[in-house]
Design a protein around this ligand. Sequence first.
Ligand code: 13P
Ligand code: SF4
Length: 302
Amino acid sequence: MKDIDTIRAIRQLKQQKNAIILAHNYQRPEIQELADLVGDSLDLSRRAAATSAEMIVFCGVRFMAETAKILAPQKTVLLPNHNAGCPMADMVTADDVIAMKAAHPSATVVCYVNTPATVKAEADICVTSANAATIIERLQTDEILFFPDKNLAAWCQRFTTKKIIAWDGYCYVHSRFSAAEVAASQARFPDAVLLVHPECPADVVDLADEVLSTNKMVAFATASNAKQFLIATEEGIIHRLRRENPDKQFYAAGNAKSCFNMKKTTLQDIYLALLKGRTEINLDPTIMDRARHSLEEMVKFG
Ligand code: 13P
Ligand code: SF4
């Protein structure tokens, strides 16, 4: 099928099935164009919980679709490409968390939303890159076990005297940004504002004008008087930034970096997902209840 026919068929099926299409900021441009909402992991999950649609087609990676299911358990949540995982989320297991808790019984367990549901179920509270530093500072505890991103943990450590014990996880996309290439881009575009995601290494974060989650990057660029921006996060967001700010210029800081998993989902996958109801996210109800508690704690604190 040609793309235009696939898009037409998707729109028809979407109506028939009372479905909504949610797309993460890193999705392919044609999927961002088709989606009912483009956003970050938390924003999309909240939208999933609030929608009156019966079916949610989540164009992102597995942990995001799982989060949507946890927050909207009565709805059918589909992950159109079942191979779309997040390698960082898979760097920690529930057993790892249980073992760390046993070694640090008085610590509070904080887990990044980029984790499987089974890990969220072992946590006291979840965080996203948008609220991690604020939530950690507000927690009534001196010691924190943070899973799984060591770079986000190091960013949060800059704002607190609490002891953060970080798991050794990282994002393979953001870890590839080097200070040398980002500094070279700054030299090439001296007037550009550098926006960096906190999953980047510390020496890249040190160069930033602003360290922001993906939705906060969009909000910042939109509100700013600056005309040029360098972006140190997955390159898919540049499509959204340009689309929403046609009078401003956005460039990748250094070489553009692509998340292979975020790009797995295609128009054809979305069409087949709607047609065949695949791949449906199904989780153990007990795990969902415990994971929901960690997510709800985040909403309370954040
Ligand atoms: P957001 O929470 O900002 O959507 O980021 C998710 C992610 O995977 C970052 O790499
Ligand atoms: Fe996971 Fe990194 Fe891809 Fe985000 S960009 S989904 S953290 S691998």
